[in-house]
Design a protein around this ligand. Structure first.
Ligand SMILES: Nc1ncnc2c1ncn2[C@@H]1O[C@H](COP(=O)(O)OP(=O)(O)OP(=O)(O)O)[C@@H](O)[C@H]1O
Ligand SMILES: [Mg+2]
Length: 264
């Protein structure tokens, strides 16, 4: 097992009381496997994965367990409650995350090339030259034309789709074991969405990177994910193979979600 999440709980303390955002969520991701998380807005999808990565704001309280295989002889790493330094070294190297808005991951003040090579040099300890070569290769892999020249660009000089590609290139450049993608293409138009999802699928096949994909688009889950987790009100309604969930949903909530897809 690559990632084993057990009884994950997230509470937020607010002026008007406690918000129970995630309430005892358990799921697992195997090496190389793609798992989809679906469910209505506010069901706790994003806060669940942010909790895993230690990226929640200060008013959040997290409990439960999330064990990540270390990828060496050492036993799994417990992510929940891990020191910030430990989590920083896990993020980027072992687990990478991409978001709906690439500007949350990109620094607007730094050239694309600087950001990519700094990441590579920090996590893979490569030389400057090796890092630049790898950055170019990754931009080519996500089908960015004139990759060498793009390294000199600032994020705002690229289109939304291009920025999303750069974020994917950065996320996968250190060959993480797990890619967490939270609505990675929702902000883009449909043709660009399809291209980008295809690119992720291709790169994953080459590298055996596991994927934890949060999306509202059940069609995307059907196409990309072997297993599906359905969430509502901060909990898991049901989970199983994607085939099971789509053809024999156990919960009324899942049946409603499926009924709402025009394509099926
Ligand atoms: N900083 C915060 N303080 C208080 N409550 C919060 C905070 N962040 C999120 N929440 C609440 O946590 C719950 C779960 O939110 P979450 O972002 O995980 O939903 P989601 O399933 O990702 O929804 P969407 O599909 O719209 O992205 C929501 O009720 C939300 O209002
Ligand atoms: Mg969300």
């Amino acid at each position: 097992m690559l990632l084993d999440v057990n009884n994950l709980t997230v509470d937020f303390t607010t002026h008007s009381g406690t918000v129970a955002a995630v309430q005892g969520v358990s799921f697992a991701v195997d090496t190389g496997e793609a798992v989809g998380i679906v469910g209505e807005s506010g069901s706790g999808k994003s806060q669940s994965v942010l909790a895993l990565m230690g990226l929640l704001p200060d008013n959040a309280r997290v409990s439960g367990s999330a064990r990540l295989a270390a990828g060496n002889e050492q036993g799994p790493i417990e992510l929940i409650g891990a020191p910030a330094r430990r989590l920083r070294s896990v993020r980027g190297a072992r687990v990478a995350m991409i978001f709906q808005d690439p500007m949350t991951a990109l620094n607007p003040h730094l050239r694309i090339g600087t950001q990519m090579t700094e990441l590579l040099r920090r996590h893979l300890k490569t030389s400057r030259r090796e890092a630049t070569e790898r950055a170019v290769a990754m931009l080519e892999a996500v089908r960015i034309p004139q990759a060498g020249q793009r390294l000199k660009a600032y994020p705002h000089q690229l289109s939304g789709g291009m920025r999303q590609r750069v974020m994917i290139a950065m996320a996968l450049s250190c060959e993480p074991a797990l890619l967490i993608a939270d609505e990675p293409t929702t902000a883009l138009d449909v043709t660009v969405q399809d291209e980008i999802l295809e690119t992720i699928a291709e790169l994953r096949q080459q590298t055996r990177t596991a994927l934890l994909l949060i999306t509202h688009d059940l069609g995307v889950v059907a196409g990309q994910c072997a297993r599906t987790v359905v969430m509502q009100h901060g909990g898991v309604v049901e989970q199983g193979t994607t085939e099971q969930i789509f053809t024999r949903p156990a919960a009324a909530y899942t049946r409603d979600l499926l009924a709402a897809i025009p394509r099926l």
